[in-house]
Design a protein around this ligand. Structure first.
Ligand code: PGA
Length: 250
């Protein structure tokens, strides 16, 4: 079975609504590739105009975060139902910037993953080790602990549709990409662990992205690896390079 590649941009806190629409227009013809799922994960305020602008194209829209409660007194938060109603299909959960700067822990992230699935969104669940953890040789153990906690109570059928993004923290925004062998090694271990937690069929179906300074120059080699099913791209998703990553197979 071959998994369909998924290339997602993570715009982070970049692009005002009018700049967002201009970027969608700039990338429109560059990101066409029938063999790949293409997603723009955009700031909350850009969701409505970007959904409108990608109508009729091959691009889906994702959110960069959401809250797990249904509705109510949670000033500043956005619910899964709001995202669905706005036309969002994916939601990034547990990006290392949210774990670090906003102190999101696995218990909270597990609630978000559950709520996303309940609402019909596809989570892009992020995991990854720090440089210290890599040097200490605890990468695998750490990532397994994140996945176990974040997927607590999630069914095999849900995991089959999940996207996991392996993002070594030391490679994010640093220009220091993991080598394709390093990335493949961890992505393969994540798949093996999904097989242990669930079963072989689930492990075969879950899509695992690599993220961390992926760019037009290194995407092809990373995406050629058997256990890397796509990319979560920050910096390079804000420019024409993103089109080259989407068309890595050309
Ligand atoms: P980067 O970011 O591509 O700029 O390293 C990736 C990410 O944080 O998702």
């Amino acid at each position: 079975m071959s998994r369909r590649k998924i290339i997602a941009g993570n715009w982070k806190m970049n692009k005002t609504p009018s700049e967002a629409v201009a970027l969608v227009d700039e990338l429109k013809d560059l990101v066409v590739n029938d063999a790949v799922d293409v997603v723009y994960c955009v700031p909350a305020i850009d969701i409505v105009p970007v959904v409108e602008r990608v109508k009729g194209t091959n691009v889906s829209v994702g959110a960069e975060n959401m809250y797990f409660e249904e509705s109510g007194a949670y000033t500043g938060e956005i619910s899964a139902a709001m995202l669905v109603d706005a036309g969002v299909k994916y939601v990034i959960i547990g990006h290392s910037e949210r774990r670090d700067y906003f102190k999101e822990d696995d218990e909270l992230l597990n609630k978000k993953v559950k709520k996303a699935f309940e609402a019909g969104l596809t989570p892009i669940l992020c995991c990854g080790e720090s440089l210290q953890q890599r040097e200490d040789g605890v990468t695998t153990e750490w990532i397994r602990s994140q996945i176990k906690a974040d997927l607590d109570g999630i069914t095999a059928d849900q995991v089959k549709t999940l996207v996991i993004a392996y993002e070594p923290i030391w490679a994010i925004g640093t220009g220091k990409t993991a080598t394709s062998d390093q990335a493949e090694e961890v992505c393969k271990d994540i798949r093996d662990y999904i097989c242990e937690l669930y079963d072989a069929d689930t492990a075969e179906k879950v899509r695992i992205q690599y993220g961390g300074s992926m760019n037009a120059g290194n995407a092809k080699e990373l995406l050629a690896k058997p256990n890397i099913d796509g990319g979560l791209i920050g910096g390079a998703s804000l420019k024409a390079d993103f089109g080259q990553i989407v068309n890595y197979d050309k």
